[in-house]
Design a protein around this ligand. Structure first.
Ligand code: 5GP
Ligand code: ZN
Length: 141
């Protein structure tokens, strides 16, 4: 628990929320400033700032709940699809430093965009650079 974390305070019940799911490890509630009806946040109850900070089993539970809730949320608001995304770190737009997955219901013709719209200028990478990056990620270099 972090005293000055909004989401820890929601977990503790100090700040009210529209809860839609809760178990020992994970909680989900409606976003206070929804991008679409049904916009939901899925969080670990324990305070961890980014995905890299999450213990593996907690991360697995967060994903299990996202997997369960996404279709239920879509059905509840009659959505056609959803975007499921994490702003993972401040430079990626994360404002609340407590891991949270967004489930944003999407509707045909809603004027929104795919997740590809979130990045800045696209890099022009050579085949060699792509090979190097893949090797670096895979630990082959
Ligand atoms: P981020 O930009 O960190 O990925 O998203 C934080 C989200 O938390 C935003 O979509 C914002 O609307 C939501 N949010 C911020 N404060 C509160 C709050 O007190 N209650 C709820 N339910 N959502 C909040
Ligand atoms: Zn927190």
């Amino acid at each position: 628990m972090s005293e000055d974390c909004i989401f820890c305070r929601i977990v503790d019940g100090d700040i009210p929320s529209r809860s839609v799911y809760e178990d020992e490890t994970v909680m989900a509630f409606l976003d206070a400033n929804p991008l679409a009806p049904g916009h939901t946040l899925v969080i670990p109850k324990a305070h961890h700032e980014t995905l890299a900070d999450l213990p593996e089993d907690t991360g697995a539970r967060v994903f299990e709940v996202l997997h369960q809730l996404a279709p239920e949320i879509e059905a509840a608001v009659d959505a056609d699809a959803s975007n499921v995304a994490f702003n993972n770190g401040e430079a990626a737009g994360q404002e609340v430093p407590h891991v949270h997955g967004h489930v944003i219901p999407r509707f045909e013709g809603d004027g929104g965009a795919p997740v590809h719209a979130i990045a800045g200028d696209r890099p022009d990478l050579s085949d060699e650079e792509l090979d190097e990056i893949a090797d670096e990620i895979a630990g082959r270099s």
